[in-house]
Design a protein around this ligand. Structure first.
Ligand code: AMP
Length: 423
């Protein structure tokens, strides 16, 4: 195979060692923190009937209009790769009956959007997210934001804050659109091509366009809350009050709208300075999703894992690629030793010690290099000579010290060290 046809599809990536370690860590921390807040995992298929997305996300959204991978199955039904997680979870809970209305669920997995690939924008990317089902309740919105921030800080993220705003009630929508349309009208020729189209189809989206010209235009606009009922403004104030009780700092961004039609009341987004133009790390909000006669309500967020890793590379002083591949690396010298050392490795592994060794008869120097690459804490050196004497050499890789000992002593030491690591 040539290097060229070893490439994955444009905008998609292979994930393997050593970089995979941070992915596993993020998944682990996500599962742990979600469980602390009493959320359960849900795994839905990656492919859905296209209408699952168009009915939830809205036919006029960029995601549905331009970005979905859509194809027909053999029966001519339209299917799509999921571009986000919420619509599938809504389909799932709609089948659960009454208990679905209060479900607390999270997901982790790949999403697909056929966007123009660029830094921070992939065609296959990964998200984790949560959905807490239930009607409008400022406590639930604040809890979702608290969970998100807990998860980010548990991962070592420092420089991110929540930008929060409200989309108001469904009955505010017309007044808001009209208010924005009036403010935009005199500036139509300053807008980008996408926003001129959005003026007709999805006008709120103009407010969070990333193009400089559009940013300049909307900067002078009144906040969207000016066009809303007092009840909507009060709901936001209540969410802010509870977040203060929970000691979660947030910034109110009066121009934050988020693109999808299904949002009501609270919306939020997290940005990060390391992300450049694609600066959104996560996005969330309260929603009321109409599944053809049945409305499902809840609050949720989704965070992009690729962007989270970029942010963690910036925020963690030690970087992200620091996970050791092994606690112990066994170094052999001679054929007999290699065989005996495989037996030793098996004994250690069965006792829970993470250990590696070379089975290919490479030089001792090459094996020591491998021990360093694996960030092993210890090297166990055992050649034919040591085997004859019934001894092994244990080298502490961090301190550079080494001592000779009998095999049972070594086993006891390494098992103890390994247990301490687990604890
Ligand atoms: P959204 O569903 O568009 O609100 O996206 C939620 C999060 O997913 C964003 O804040 C990003 O972190 C991430 N995300 C969305 N689209 C992409 C993409 N094309 N490539 C990488 N990450 C993305």
């Amino acid at each position: 195979m040539t290097a060229k046809n070893a490439q994955p599809v444009q905008g998609m990536s292979d994930l393997g060692p050593p970089g995979i370690a941070i992915w596993q860590e993020i998944e682990e921390v996500t599962r742990r923190v979600m469980a602390l807040y009493d959320f359960s995992e849900v795994r839905t298929p990656i492919i859905e009937y296209t209408k699952v997305f168009s009915r939830s996300l809205g036919d006029t959204t960029d995601v549905v209009q331009k970005e979905m991978y859509t194809f027909e199955d053999r029966g001519g039904r339209s299917l799509s790769l999921r571009p986000e997680g919420t619509a599938s979870v809504m389909r799932y809970v709609s089948g659960l009956g009454p208990e679905g209305q209060t479900a607390r669920l999270y997901y982790i997995g790949p999403m697909f959007r056929c966007e123009r690939p660029q830094a921070g924008r992939k065609r296959q990317f990964h998200q984790f997210g949560m959905e807490a089902l239930g009607g409008p309740n400022p406590l639930a919105d604040a809890e979702a934001i608290a969970l998100q921030q807990h998860l980010f800080s548990a991962l070592g993220l420092r420089e991110t804050t929540v930008e929060i705003n409200t989309r108001g009630l469904p009955e505010d929508r017309e007044a808001v659109k009209k208010g924005i349309a009036n403010a935009l009208k005199p500036h139509m020729d300053e807008l980008c091509e996408d926003c001129r189209r959005r003026y007709e189809s999805n006008i709120l989206r103009v407010l969070d366009c990333k193009q400089e010209g559009c940013i300049r235009v909307v900067e002078s606009f009144p906040p969207v809350t000016d066009f809303m009922k007092a009840e909507s403004r009060e709901y936001l104030q209540e969410v802010l009050r509870i977040l203060e009780l929970l000691e979660i700092p947030v910034d109110v961004n009066p121009r934050l709208v988020r693109g999808l039609d299904y949002y009501v009341h609270t919306v939020w987004e997290n940005k990060h300075p390391a992300l450049g133009a694609q600066d959104a790390l996560s996005g969330g909000g309260r929603y009321a999703i109409d599944l053809g006669g049945k409305t499902i309500e809840g609050v949720g967020f989704a965070a992009g894992i690729e962007r989270l890793i970029t942010a963690l590379e910036h925020d963690r002083p030690e970087g992200v690629d620091t996970a050791p591949r092994a606690v112990v690396w066994i170094v052999s010298h001679g054929d007999k030793a290699m065989e005996e050392n495989l037996v030793l490795a098996q004994t250690l592994r069965m006792r829970g010690v993470h250990c590696g060794l070379d089975l290919g008869g490479r030089s001792m120097k090459a094996q020591m290099r491998e021990a360093n690459r694996a960030r092993a804490e210890f090297a166990v050196i055992r050649g034919d000579e040591e085997i004859e004497k019934g001894l092994v050499i244990l080298k502490n890789m961090n301190e550079g010290t080494q001592e000779e000992m009998e095999l049972p002593v070594l086993l006891e030491r390494l098992v103890t060290v390994s247990r301490a690591e687990v604890l």
